[in-house]
Design a protein around this ligand. Sequence first.
Ligand SMILES: [Zn+2]
Ligand SMILES: [Zn+2]
Length: 297
Amino acid sequence: MRRQSSKNPDQKKNPPCNQIAVISTTSKGAHIIGISLGIGLLTTYMYANKSIVNQVFLRERCSKLQCTWLLVYLTGSSLLLYYTFRSQSLYYSLIFLNPTVDFMNFWEVLWIVGVTDFILKFLFMGFKCFVLLVPSFMMSFKSKGYWYMLLEELCQYYRMFVPIPVWFRYLIGYGELDSVLGWTLGILLGLLYLILKLLSFFGQLRNFRQVLRIFCTRPHYGVTASKRQCSESDDICSICQAEFQKPILLVCQHTFCEECISLWFNREKTCPLCRTVISDHVNKWKDGATSMHLQIF
Ligand SMILES: [Zn+2]
Ligand SMILES: [Zn+2]
């Protein structure tokens, strides 16, 4: 009893110490929550990405149940995250608005931008699951490939723009707003950021237009090979080492299965045998994959 009574006045004497301790534990707690959430988001991304690529690879054998599960899983985890942090209205940054965070420090900006980037990835992965679920009589596997490619490019383009308002607000308010120097510094930083963004925008524009063109025109890399042309290559496709399936003759006079060569052009621009340039663009992302790149800035 006596001990307790002697302890209490001590605690009352040093309230600032306690406050600092409370603040440091809450910020520590926030960091731990932030880090574990980041790990959670990354694992969700890796799991969903691998599953979607697997399902795309399986073609007609893909499991509708697995695709539906992925769709539910991605939607559920995104909604849960936004519900947990509903006080911050993080979803505002999906549509170019600023979330309702009272003051923004560097880590908060990274947190908002990082979470938004992951959620946008999940959203477009969900669209890919929708495409996977479309029956094959309505959409062929070939055109599904073009849809995955377009969705991924759209996703990357959108993700490039989404962090602009959050970073802009942070950089403009970076200096002390009551001094002229602070104002100038803030505006200069904001302008520098916008210039860098514009440069990357124009850098990506050419690529994006090319993807749009490929999506609309669906180019053919060659013509259907005749029996004689196939027998010139001993009726064996040099990619799969089996008999030709829907043989395609390239301009360099080499013949491959249609599927083999279209898979090849997802990674390369040239003929696998003679290295003649056949395509002007690598059809990346036709396999349903989602870029791992984290758009922080
Ligand atoms: Zn083949
Ligand atoms: Zn060739």
